[in-house]
Design a protein around this ligand. Structure first.
Ligand SMILES: CC(C)(COP(=O)(O)OP(=O)(O)OC[C@H]1O[C@@H](n2cnc3c(N)ncnc32)[C@H](O)[C@@H]1OP(=O)(O)O)[C@@H](O)C(=O)NCCC(=O)NCCS
Length: 403
C-alpha cells in the first residue's frame, strides 16, 4: 500500500515541478523562457499525494559519446521528493518506472550524493577531477602563442562556432553530452545573480591563421586582494579544444593570468593532457570523485551500440533486479567493423550485475576493479582479462557539465 501515485507530467506543470525540485535541493528555482521551452512533459514523472505534486524526476533527450560512437542517452535530472514525504519509497517508485519506460538503451545522471543510485543499477562510469591550481607553483607551458590567435568571442559568435568543437571532442572522448541549439543558449546564459561575486563569463577562443576557431574556454575571474598583494582567482568553467595547439595555448593563457594565485576547474578527465604540460602536476591539487553515473536499460542494444578496443567474443551473464528482460546470458561478438549482441543459451564466461556493467560501459573503469570484491565472476579462465582489454577504452571518459 502506498499513499501516493506516479504519473506522467502535464505541460502546464513545469513551474510546479521546477519549484518542487528547487525546494528539495534548497535553492529558489528561477524560471525563464529557455527552461520552459526545454521542458519535456512526456519525459517527466510526478508523484502526487491527494493531487499535490510531492516528487519528480525528468529525462532529457540528449546524446552522449560512448567508446567509438555517439548515441542517445536519457539524461536524468530533477530528482526530488518533498521533505515531508521522504523515506516512503517515492523516489524508488519514480526511478523504477522511469528506467522501465525510457526508450534509450542507457540512462545517465549526476548524483547529489553517491550513495543514492547504486541500488537502482547505476554505476559510476566516469570519474571527474577537480583542480585547485597553485598558479605560483604549477610551471605552465611557455610556447610562443601567435599574436592574434587568442581573442574574446561574443555570445553570437560562440553560438555559431562552439557546437562543432564540442561535437569533435565527442568523437575523441566518451562521456560528453551533446547540446541542442536551445541547450547551447541556456549553457551560455550568464545571469548576474548567479555569478557569486565573480566577473561576467569570458568566452575565449583560439583561432588558426585562417581565422578558424580550434578551441575555446569559458572562464571568470575573482579579485582577491590580500595584505601580501594580489591573489586573484581564475575559474575555468569549460575548456574544449580538440586541436592540441589550441589546447596548449588556452591552458598556457589561463595558467599565467596576471594577478592570479589560484585556478579552479571542475571537469578535468582523469587523463587530462594538461597534467603533462605543466612542470609540477602536484600543484594542480587534483581531487577525484564520481561524476557521470550510467544505467544500462537494454543490455543487448547498449552492448551493440558501443565499440571495443580489440575484437572480442564473450558470453556475459547479467543480473538486474529492476528490469526483468536484462537478466540472462548475452553473447557479444565484436570485430574491427561490426558489433553484434544477442540473448543466448550458451554457458556464461563472465557474470556481472547491471550496476557493474554500467560502471564499465564507458571504458574508464576496469572490470578487474570489481573482481577482487567478488562482484564480477569469471567462469571461463582467461575471459576476464580478454573482456577487460576489449571493454577498456584508450581515452578516459569525462562529463563536462552537471545537468
Ligand atoms: C534523495 C531523495 C530524492 C530520496 O527520496 P525518497 O523518496 O526519500 O527515497 P526512497 O524512500 O525511495 O529511498 C529509497 C532508498 O534510498 C535511500 N536513500 C534515499 N535518499 C538517500 C540519500 N540521500 N543517501 C543515501 N541513501 C538514500 C533510502 O534510505 C532508501 O533505502 P532503503 O530502501 O534501504 O530503505 C530525497 O531525499 C530528496 O529529494 N533529497 C534532496 C534532493 C536530492 O538530493 N535529489 C537527488 C538529486 S541527484
Amino acid at each position: 500500500m502506498t499513499d501516493f501515485e506516479v504519473r506522467t507530467a502535464r505541460a502546464d506543470e513545469h513551474e510546479q515541478i521546477s519549484r518542487l525540485f528547487g525546494e528539495a535541493m534548497m535553492f529558489d528555482a528561477t524560471l525563464d523562457d529557455i527552461g520552459r521551452q526545454m521542458f519535456e512533459p512526456d519525459r517527466a514523472l510526478v508523484a502526487t499525494d491527494g493531487g499535490e505534486i510531492i516528487g519528480t524526476t525528468r529525462a532529457l533527450t540528449r546524446d552522449l559519446s560512448v567508446p567509438g560512437a555517439v548515441v542517445d542517452a536519457a539524461h536524468v535530472t530533477g530528482v526530488g521528493v518533498r521533505a515531508t514525504h521522504r523515506r516512503r519509497g517515492v523516489m524508488s517508485a519514480l526511478i523504477g518506472q522511469q528506467l522501465r519506460e525510457v526508450p534509450e538503451a542507457i540512462a545517465v545522471l549526476w548524483a547529489s550524493e553517491p550513495a543514492i543510485y547504486g541500488r537502482f543499477g547505476y554505476g559510476a562510469a566516469a570519474l571527474g577531477t577537480a583542480y585547485e591550481v597553485d598558479l605560483h607553483r604549477v610551471g605552465p607551458p611557455s610556447d610562443r602563442i601567435r599574436p592574434g590567435a587568442l581573442g574574446v568571442l561574443s555570445a553570437d559568435e560562440a553560438l555559431k562556432e562552439l557546437p562543432a568543437l564540442l561535437r569533435r571532442l565527442q568523437e575523441q572522448r566518451p562521456g560528453i553530452s551533446g547540446r541542442s541549439d536551445l541547450k547551447w543558449r541556456q549553457h551560455l546564459q550568464d545571469k548576474p545573480d548567479e555569478r557569486a561575486g565573480r566577473t561576467e563569463r569570458q568566452i575565449l577562443g583560439y583561432r588558426d591563421e585562417s581565422g578558424t576557431i580550434l578551441g575555446y574556454a569559458l572562464w571568470r575571474g575573482k579579485m582577491n586582494w590580500l595584505p601580501t598583494g594580489p591573489a586573484n582567482e581564475v575559474l575555468v568553467e569549460e575548456l574544449v579544444a580538440p586541436d592540441v595547439t589550441a589546447y596548449r595555448a588556452l591552458w598556457q593563457h589561463l595558467l599565467t593570468m596576471d594577478l592570479g594565485a589560484k585556478l579552479g576547474y571542475g571537469h578535468a578527465a582523469v587523463d587530462e593532457p594538461v597534467q603533462q604540460l605543466v612542470s609540477t602536476p602536484t600543484a594542480l591539487d587534483r581531487r577525484i570523485s564520481e561524476s557521470l553515473w550510467l544505467r544500462v536499460t537494454d543490455v543487448p542494444r547498449a552492448l551493440q551500440q558501443r565499440k571495443y578496443a580489440v575484437p572480442h567474443d564473450v558470453v556475459l551473464e547479467v543480473t538486474d533486479h529492476l528490469i526483468e528482460s536484462n537478466n540472462g546470458c548475452f553473447r557479444l561478438i565484436a570485430d574491427d567493423t561490426s558489433v553484434h549482441c544477442e540473448r543466448t543459451d550458451a554457458a556464461a564466461d563472465l557474470g556481472l550485475s547491471i550496476t557493474d556493467l554500467g560502471a564499465t560501459y564507458l571504458g574508464g573503469r576496469r572490470l578487474t576493479e570489481f573482481t577482487t570484491t567478488g562482484r564480477i565472476t569469471e567462469h571461463t579462465p582467461g575471459a576476464l582479462t580478454r573482456t577487460n582489454t576489449a571493454f577498456t577504452w584508450p581515452v578516459a571518459p569525462v562529463s563536462l557539465e552537471v545537468f
